[in-house]
Ligand binder design. Structure first.
Ligand code: 6PG
Length: 276
């Protein structure tokens, strides 16, 4: 198994700062080399602080947001204004779609009458691709339906593919207490499916106990860059297992990100049990 780059920093704030700089560099490079940067983001407790750095100068002004396409690796099957939604985190700390596609309807940032909220990253609303969960709920459909629609959206607006799998430029990931990433839990059926996205039943062993939609873990093999961010003493044991044990991705799905081309940004508390 090729090994990832591991960066250990003092605390979560330092992790967020470094992760934001890495994301900016990856998006700039992808846009320069390929014209468009396809970024898959995550949920949980790590992205908020990262987003807040990307949404303000200097990083906000350095990233060619018009050429960024934002995707989600997974989400909870709840409305976007629900506190558990991974889109809600981005809406609060990264985006301000009301400031970019609101009163003027042009979708161009900076020309709308600001609605009393500071404009976040000026990414055009049409470049932001959440799982169509509200639509699914509205139509009385479930996570699998939302996942199927997402595959259609990916076909229309997604990155180039390799063997039918989208090749994202960057995937931002957190690590669950059970060693999951995306919404691919240990022993997940996702490992036996060929769908690019799928619905996942509500897990009972980790919070939150709500159904999910997730990208297939196979997309992590194709992605050009993976950026894992994890912090806190509660992750120390599972990170030591992930990064130190023999490869067994069905037991520890996060080992899919234990590879060359991946960077793991950890604070000292989370890295405390890593082999020296
Ligand atoms: C989610 C995330 C999930 C998350 C891990 C880590 O929807 O919850 O996509 O994969 O990254 O559970 O979450 P924490 O960083 O909050 O522990």
């Amino acid at each position: 198994m090729s090994e990832p780059e591991i960066v250990v920093l003092a605390d979560p704030e330092a992790c967020a700062a470094t992760a934001a700089e890495r994301i900016a560099a990856s998006l700039i490079e992808a846009a320069d080399l390929r014209g468009t940067a396809h970024w898959v983001t995550t949920g949980g407790s790590t992205p908020g602080a990262i987003y807040r750095r990307l949404a303000v100068s200097p990083l906000r002004d350095e990233i060619p947001w018009q050429r960024v396409q934002l995707w989600w690796g997974d989400d909870r099957f709840v409305p976007f204004d629900h506190p558990l939604s991974n889109v809600a985190i981005a809406e609060a700390d990264l985006l301000d779609m009301a400031a970019t596609s609101g009163t003027s309807g042009t979708g161009a940032s900076g020309v709308d009458v600001l609605v009393g909220r500071s404009p976040g990253a000026p990414i055009p609303a049409e470049n932001v691709h959440p799982f169509p969960i509200p639509q699914a709920i509205g139509e009385g459909q479930g996570p699998e339906w939302a996942a199927e629609r997402y595959v259609e959206i990916l076909r229309a607006a997604g990155p180039p593919t390799d063997g039918g799998w989208p090749v994202f430029d960057l995937v931002l990931l957190g690590i669950g207490p059970d060693g999951h990433l995306l919404s691919v839990f240990p022993g997940s059926e996702a490992f036996d499916r060929d769908d690019i996205a799928m619905g996942i039943p509500a897990p009972t062993h980790v919070e939150p106990h709500v159904p999910r939609v997730t990208l297939n873990p196979r997309v992590l093999e194709k992605a050009r860059r993976l950026l894992v961010v994890s912090h806190g003493a509660s992750k120390a044991a599972v990170l030591a297992d992930i990064l130190g044990s023999e490869p067994d991705v069905r037991r520890l799905p996060a080992q899919l990100a234990r590879r060359e081309g991946a960077a793991w940004i950890l604070d000292e508390a989370a890295a405390a049990q890593l082999a020296k």
